[in-house]
Write a protein that binds this ligand. Structure first.
Ligand SMILES: Nc1nc2c(ncn2[C@@H]2O[C@H](COP(=O)(O)OP(=O)(O)OP(=O)(O)O)[C@@H](O)[C@H]2O)c(=O)[nH]1
Ligand SMILES: [Zn+2]
Length: 223
């Protein structure tokens, strides 16, 4: 196959999105959250009815509403721009100009191909350019972008881009090690494999700096 054909072919596959942005429609925020919950609730009800479930059963009758609220407020809550954490920075008074690593950040996301969980750890690092960000803000940024329908590559890039903007430096890196339940619990059903992605900006492209970061996080699989 010629390279051009291969690339065309890749573009045809919707799961290989080349865009760093979450593919949202222009009218994504026309409906209020309450209207979205109402609409999703009807659709979930319909799915369960189609599957043959008796929706008058006590245990099932609250499910459509529960799932709709969970989609809008929880697992896809990071689609709402107002949920973006305000990551205030402060001056690097102590002149710590070495690498700072926030490792083992717990990550729960949702695979956009199957709507099944992605569970893992993110490891984030930066080298200060005069500004410092509160440690917990890094966990919050990971969580915000994780709470969207995602592919791991895009999630990884979005985390790095956001921190680069907040810290006003290219020198940011993130490695994610995560299990995709779409691989572990269905389809190929490989319960042991996990997916590692990395995005290395600025100084982190330097092999020595990158290897210092990777040394700090020494990937131990902890799920
Ligand atoms: N690159 C990438 N692929 C992912 C991610 N999450 C899931 N996938 C893959 O997306 C692919 C979707 O492929 P399809 O062939 O359309 O779906 P499918 O028939 O359900 O595939 P199987 O999972 O192989 O049964 C699968 O190979 C998934 O493993 C991700 O974060 N990044
Ligand atoms: Zn999947």
């Amino acid at each position: 196959m010629k390279v051009e054909d291969f690339l065309d072919n890749m573009e045809d596959q919707d799961h290989l999105s080349s865009n760093e942005q979450t593919p949202l429609r222009e009218d994504a925020f026309q409906l209020s959250d309450a209207e979205k919950i109402e609409s999703i609730k009807k659709n979930v009800h319909e799915i369960l009815v189609t599957l043959g479930m008796d929706m008058t059963d006590d245990s099932l009758k609250g499910t459509p509403n529960r799932v709709a609220k969970m989609f809008v407020n929880e697992i896809f809550g990071g689609l709402r721009p107002q949920m973006k954490p305000s990551a205030s920075t402060f001056e690097n008074k102590y002149k710590y100009n070495e690498m700072l690593v926030e490792k083992n950040i717990v990550l729960y996301s949702t695979c956009e191909h199957h709507l099944l969980p992605i569970v893992g750890r993110a490891h984030v690092a930066y080298i200060s350019n005069g500004n410092v960000v509160g440690l917990s803000k890094m966990n919050r940024i990971v969580d915000y972008y994780a709470k969207r329908p995602q592919v791991q590559e895009r999630l990884n890039i979005q985390i790095v881009r956001e921190l680069q903007q907040v810290l006003n430096t290219e020198d940011v890196a993130c490695v994610i090690d995560a299990k995709h339940l779409c691989v572990n619990s269905r389809g190929i059903r490989d319960i042991d494999s996990s997916t590692v992605t990395g995005e290395f900006g600025g100084k982190f492209k330097d092999p020595q700096v990158k290897s210092e970061f990777l040394d700090y996080i020494k990937l131990e699989t902890k799920f």
